[in-house]
Each structure stands twice: as structure tokens, then as C-alpha cells.
Design a protein around this ligand. Structure first.
Ligand SMILES: [Zn+2]
Length: 154
């Protein structure tokens, strides 16, 4: 049995306690880490599902301007888990678009995931994001995909 976060070996009782309380196996240090984390429960759930899928995700990472819910540095992908106000608050929606633009300018794609989606389809959401990252990875490896090609087709 291993901690999902640091891969260290954990005892059966630590494993049982962690799965019961956090739904995932974590060592004692990482149980404390996640207990005191500022991320929302929805962002944490998505983060752990991505980790279980083998995605090298990082939780709550500062990008130089603000904290991003989940970052996959290798793929240059930001994931923001948004509450309802990101939709119906126009100022928030515009601020989000600006953030997406500034991240994109620095080479990062932002996926905005409504928290309602995680609450209703958590596994499917994590699996689609994992597929998205794999596809993105393959395309970059093949060099068959470039933004200039994309824009020519539009
Ligand atoms: Zn750990």
C-alpha cells in the first residue's frame, strides 16, 4: 500500500483510516496536508482522481499571478474548478476570460470545470481530462499539430 501523493509505503491501519476519511490512500503527513488545504472539496476530488489516473497533477499552484486549482506542468494545462458564480456573475466571468487569455499567452491552456459536473460525473470528468491530456501529449510528440495549422483551417 502506497500514499497516492508521495508513493511512500503505508501500513494497513493508516490505509484504512485514510480511505475511510479521504477516499484515497495517504500517509499521515499527507492526510494532514490535505486536511489543512485551502482547495475546495470538488477540486481535491478531481485532483485525486487525476492522480489515480497517473496524471502528474499539482494542487493549488501559484502561477505568478494567482493560484490555479490544478496544474499539469508537463502538458501546460491549468484546470480551474468553478462554482456557479463564475457563470452568473458577469464580472467574474470576464475576469476568468482575461485569466484564460493571460495564461494562454504564456502557453497554458485553461480547462474550466463546473463543480456541479464533478458532483454529478466525477469519474467521467477525470477520465475525459486524462484522455485530453494523452491526446495533447501525442500531438505534441508527433509535431503534427500546431496553432498555425489550426488557424489556417478556421
Ligand atoms: Zn505521502
Amino acid at each position: 500500500m502506497k500514499c497516492l501523493e508521495c508513493k511512500c509505503s503505508i501500513y494497513q491501519d493508516v490505509y484504512n483510516y485514510s480511505v475511510y476519511n479521504f477516499n484515497v490512500p495517504l500517509c499521515r503527513a499527507h492526510q494532514n496536508w490535505i486536511k489543512n488545504h485551502v482547495a475546495t472539496d470538488d477540486a481535491i476530488q478531481l485532483y485525486f482522481l487525476l492522480k489515480e489516473n497517473g496524471v502528474p497533477a499539482e494542487l493549488e499552484k501559484f502561477d505568478g499571478y494567482k493560484s490555479v486549482d490544478i496544474v499539469i506542468e508537463a502538458a501546460k494545462v491549468h484546470i480551474e474548478v468553478d462554482g456557479g458564480h463564475h457563470n452568473y456573475d458577469k464580472r467574474q466571468a470576464l475576469a476568468d476570460l482575461k485569466r484564460t487569455f493571460h495564461s494562454f499567452r504564456r502557453g497554458y491552456i485553461t480547462l474550466r470545470i463546473p463543480n456541479s459536473l464533478i458532483r454529478s460525473h466525477a469519474f467521467e470528468t477525470a477520465d475525459y481530462i486524462t484522455d485530453f491530456l494523452e491526446l495533447n501529449h501525442k500531438r505534441q510528440a508527433n509535431k503534427s499539430f500546431s496553432l498555425s495549422n489550426l488557424f489556417k483551417r478556421l
